[in-house]
Structure formats: structure tokens, C-alpha cells
Design a binder for this molecule. Sequence first.
Ligand SMILES: C[S@@+](CC[C@H](N)C(=O)[O-])C[C@H]1O[C@@H](n2cnc3c(N)ncnc32)[C@H](O)[C@@H]1O
Length: 190
Amino acid sequence: MSTSMNTDHQHKVCPWWVAYTFDNFLRRKIDPADKVLSQWVRPGMTVMDFGCGLGHYAIGAAKIMDGRGKVIAVDLQEKMLEIAMKRAAKAGVDYMITPVRCSAYSIGYSGELDFIVAGNVLHETPDYCEVLRGFHGMLNSGGQVYFTEPKNHLKEEQFQTEIEAARQSGFKAEQLPTSFYARRGVLTRI
Ligand SMILES: C[S@@+](CC[C@H](N)C(=O)[O-])C[C@H]1O[C@@H](n2cnc3c(N)ncnc32)[C@H](O)[C@@H]1O
């Protein structure tokens, strides 16, 4: 597995209890996942939330699809999946979400996808180039990836290495305007 492009990233995995500090009611106000993802997610899609954490984007995608479509919520921490599914049940969309526990070196899902969201996770993986190639292999033609990285953990030049890695994996990559806490991009499978 190549790690040539990620040597400058810290691969520290966010502990489940730290996720409460940024995935809370305030975030849902300033970064409403259903509003953000509605630019790309449509009813009937199969969506993967990679590194789903407490379920911010998985729940947002499920709300948009409103019973038509499915969400695969992938994380390497069982506790994240457990809390995400509890939150999804509270939001009434747990029946649309399948939790999948992965390992650090394997995405853990191999079905076809229409859309992937990877929120604040690529820098935590041991090899984001490998993850991006995996995304490319699972997406249908024209399928897209929305990804974000926290400004406080990733400098602009590090974010650019991820954009470049996405291009090398066969994506058209577009950088989106930053939000107040995140660098953001959208990738289209070509
Ligand atoms: C900073 S949290 C972000 C969670 C969520 N996407 C969000 O934006 O709120 C990063 C998440 O990615 C997960 N993660 C880290 N490395 C991973 C890997 N190699 N494969 C899958 N998930 C991973 C962590 O367990 C954690 O839940």
C-alpha cells in the first residue's frame, strides 16, 4: 500500500467522545447536512458516509431521500456507529441506514454507490490515496464525492495534496469555498 502522498498528515483517529465537541446542535444550525448535501443527493440513491462519526451526514442524506434510497454508514469505531444509529432513530431515518464497521486499511463495503460523503476523515486514514482509489472503484460513472477537512488539522497545502491525489485516482476535482471551520471539495468520477 502506497503512503507516499500522506506522510505529512497526522493520522490520529478522533475518539468517539471528542466528536461531541463538534457534532452538536450548533453544527446542525451552521452546517445543516441535509441542506449542504441536497446539492448532490437525490431520492433513490445509494450513498456512503465514510467515517460517519456520530452520523451528521448519514442522517442528513437519509432525510433528503425520505424513504427512497439507502445510506451505508462506515466507521472504524463501533461506538461511533452505535451513537450514529441512536441519533438516526431519533430522527426517524434509522431504517434507511446500514452501519458498517471497517478497519483502518479497508473501506469495509464493496457495493456500487451513487454518492459518497467523507467528512473530516481522509486525514485520519493511514493512506488517503488508497481510500480515494477505493471510492473511485465503487462509484457509478458520474458519481460524486463531497469531502471536507478541518482547517485546524489540515493546512491548505495538505488539502491540495488530497485534491491532487483525487485527480490521480481518476476524479475531476473542484475545490469549494471554505466554511468557517472546513476546507471542502467535490469530486466527480470520470
Ligand atoms: C473527525 S471524525 C468526523 C466524523 C463525521 N464524518 C463528521 O464530519 O462529523 C472522523 C471519523 O472518521 C473515522 N475514521 C478514522 N479513520 C478511519 C478509517 N480509516 N476508516 C473509516 N473511518 C475512519 C473516525 O472513527 C471518526 O468517526
